[in-house]
Design a protein around this ligand. Structure first.
Ligand code: GRG
Length: 306
């Protein structure tokens, strides 16, 4: 990775982690302000913390912070938005790992939430993170203008919901028993993975009440970058190792699922990912050098090992 991107991503991850820790404290007072040392709901908060804190590349928060910089958005507002999108991402990983879905034991190099706790707690921890993300966005601390908060909530709901990530996950289940072609696989991945990247890249424009053309430039960037990310993910599933990725590999082929690699072949998939990363960079032309980190991250997602 380019040293300056490496440093920028590490700084962003540290800042977002601090806000996520604050938003997910170990013990919380109840509605009456009483702090119980061992309340019955404690395992839920513990599982939410386990699933959300520690580990992960924190890519989506990085996109939020970099997009926020383009519009001189207040850092505190950007960090809360970044934490919210990471909560949604972590919820999706917790549920995706469940026996009813991918049935994975390892995530981010650690036992998955249902392995560490149990299936029921993992379902609740995912539900808790998902709903809490919207509580964070809807809070006046995220933005003083209620219309901006409402736009954030709407955009994240669209990205995460049936027209976005969850819809993509449904298509993914169908893809296990129906051969998907390239167009169908692209539509699936745009929804399952790309929609949340799209929200993250546009979040700064929403917070900064930017012009429509800026939203469009960032949408174009995220669309190409998200597909490049997914092609790289498919390549890692074939060529990567469990030790480097921190999660099981070889799952797509075992499930008989069409991927960009199975459809295009590894070499053509790699070339396509590189083209898409370049295309993502070109979409950012209106922002000039201010978008250099976003350009660099599009190249990084193609070349990453985890
Ligand atoms: C409601 C039971 C139930 C399940 C829904 C929504 C959902 C499950 C799954 C969403 C789809 C999903 C998990 C997509 C995976 C996208 C992806 C490649 C994730 C890995 O992202 P990285 O590489 O991970 O950014 P880190 O760990 O670095 O954050």
């Amino acid at each position: 990775m380019h040293p300056s991107l490496d440093q920028a991503m590490a700084e962003s991850a540290e800042r977002v982690a601090a806000v996520m820790h604050t938003l997910l404290p170990g013990l919380r007072p109840d509605a009456a302000g009483v702090l119980h040392t061992s309340p019955p709901e404690a395992p839920l908060w513990e599982a939410m913390r386990y699933g959300a804190l520690g580990g992960g590349k924190r890519l989506r928060p990085f996109l939020v912070l970099e997009s926020a910089k383009l519009f001189a958005v207040d850092l505190g507002q950007a960090l809360r938005t970044a934490a919210a999108v990471e909560f949604v991402h972590c919820y999706s990983l917790i549920h995706d790992d469940l026996p009813a879905m991918d049935n994975s034991d390892l995530r981010r190099g650690k036992p998955t939430v249902h392995k560490q706790f149990d299936d029921a707690i993992a379902v609740l921890a995912g539900d808790g993170l998902l709903t809490y993300a919207f509580e964070v966005l809807a809070d006046a601390e995220t933005h003083p203008d209620a219309a901006v908060r409402c736009a954030l909530v709407t955009a994240l709901a669209q990205a995460a919901g049936p027209a976005g990530m969850v819809g993509g996950q449904m298509m993914d289940l169908v893809a296990e028993r129906t051969p998907f072609d390239l167009a169908e696989t692209t539509r699936l991945q745009r929804a399952k993975t790309g929609a949340l990247f799209g929200f993250s890249a546009r979040a700064g424009a929403i917070l900064g009440q930017a012009a429509e053309r800026d939203h469009q430039a960032l949408t174009g960037y995220a669309d190409a970058m998200g597909l490049a990310f997914q092609i790289a993910d498919d390549l890692l599933d074939v060529e990567g190792t469990e030790a480097a990725t921190g999660k099981p590999v070889g799952r797509d082929a075992a499930a008989g699922k069409a991927t960009f690699v199975s459809l295009l072949g590894a070499d053509a998939a790699r070339r396509r990912a590189t083209e898409l990363a370049d295309e993502a960079g070109r979409s950012l032309a209106p922002f000039g050098a201010a978008a250099d980190n976003l350009k660099a991250v599009a190249q990084y997602v193609v070349n990453r090992q985890s």
